[in-house]
Write a protein that binds this ligand. Structure first.
Ligand SMILES: C=CC1=C(C)c2cc3[nH]c(cc4nc(cc5[nH]c(cc1n2)c(C)c5CCC(=O)O)C(CCC(=O)O)=C4C)c(C)c3C=C
Ligand SMILES: [Fe+2]
Ligand SMILES: [Fe+2]
Length: 334
């Protein structure tokens, strides 16, 4: 019988934290985007249409047309470190790790690479017997939070000797998250050369039907925006972006609002995306590039996109603090 060995050079770190975000292609080309979208849009938690109906549409139409268009969008935001979402998630993991020598902090993408199974197995082999899986979505949604948790437990289902698993609950109304957002937004608004007449809070959209089926996502987004507005002392205009397909999605749609504001006399705006832990295609291309273009084309004069918390000091302090709460009893953390 072959026993699993621990490499003597690697100190056993018995508690692990796995930060997980959505996923992204490996390269900004149509082939890599097709592989990524094929995995993402085949997830039954993401597209809730019976597979017999959906797969022919996905394989026959969407994966033939969308990858080239999306690859063009990815090329506009791609960095020397790769996709912004993966690069920032990696930096977040490194920043959380610093100062926590006894905990092993790693990161994964729900779709694409590095995968959840790959990282969970590496953590287990590295000595982690207790792992906190942290989907970096402040607002719970079955299409995001639940599918990360499903994948983690699916990975454990194939293990004889499983690590113990905890999962990070949604933190949409956690005072530490709201305070970090407020601090970041306040500083960014103060640095602007103009006074915005409106501040938009744009969240990723979801089909309206998921709200009717009981998904708390919409309520979580509204509560985050209300609390953030209170902390900032100003009302925020809540919108939902990234509509996909023909079904009715949550409203109001970010693009429609951006096109309509100048006609109502609101020509100077700032926009923030509090639901995204890291800047990505949906913020850097859809909001900061295309959003600005459509606002200005409709007569808008000043537009500022305010970056996400990313690996900023308030963002990392907040993450450390909420992770430490979930690790209580497993390890003592500063
Ligand atoms: C049915 C389609 C989609 C649902 C439902 C959906 C929910 C959802 N997504 C995020 C966060 C992100 N989505 C991102 C990209 C993205 N999303 C969809 C579709 C749905 N999302 C597509 C097709 C894409 C790919 C890009 C494109 O082709 O337009 C990203 C960014 C990924 C990146 O590489 O940067 C994020 C992050 C949330 C939070 C959410 C539900 C609440
Ligand atoms: Fe999405
Ligand atoms: Fe998009």
């Amino acid at each position: 019988m072959v026993l699993p060995e621990r490499h003597p050079a690697i100190p056993p770190r018995r508690v692990g934290v796995l930060l997980v975000n959505l996923g992204t292609p490996d390269a900004p080309d149509a082939g890599a985007v097709r592989r990524y979208l094929g995995e993402f849009l085949s997830d039954r938690r993401v597209v809730e249409i019976p597979a017999l109906l959906w797969q022919p549409i996905l394989r026959g139409i969407i994966l033939r047309t969308r990858p080239a268009k999306s690859a063009h969008a990815y090329r506009q935001v791609w960095t020397d470190d790769g996709s912004p979402l993966a690069a920032i998630t990696k930096r977040q993991a490194e920043a959380v790790q610093a100062g926590w020598p006894d905990v092993r902090v790693d990161w994964a993408m729900r779709y694409g690479n590095p995968s959840i199974p790959d990282r969970l197995k590496a953590m287990k082999e590295g000595g982690c017997e207790r792992i906190l899986v942290a989907p970096l979505y402040p607002q719970y949604c079955a299409a995001t939070t639940a599918t990360v948790v499903d994948k983690a437990f699916e990975t454990l289902a194939a293990m004889r000797w499983q690590p113990a698993l905890r999962t990070l609950p949604p933190y949409h109304d956690d005072p530490r998250y709201i305070a970090a957002l407020a601090e970041s937004v306040k500083a960014q608004l103060a640095a602007l050369e103009f006074e915005p007449e409106a501040v938009l809070a744009s969240f990723h959209g979801m089909p309206q039907r998921t709200l009717e089926l009981g998904d708390p996502y919409h309520c979580h987004c509204r509560k985050t925006a209300r609390l953030l507005g209170e902390a900032l002392g100003r009302e925020l205009t809540v919108t939902f972006q990234s509509r996909f397909g023909r079904a009715k999605w949550l409203e109001p749609a970010t693009d429609t609002v951006l096109e309509g504001l100048p006609g109502k006399g609101i020509k100077r705006i700032a926009i923030v995306a509090p639901g995204f832990s890291a800047d990505c295609l949906e913020t850097l291309e859809e909001l900061a590039i295309r959003g600005r273009e459509s606002f200005e084309a409709a007569g808008g004069e000043r537009f500022a996109y305010l970056p996400c918390l990313n690996d900023s000091a308030p963002g990392i302090d907040m993450l450390r603090s909420i992770l430490a709460t979930e690790l209580a009893g497993w390890t003592d953390l500063p």
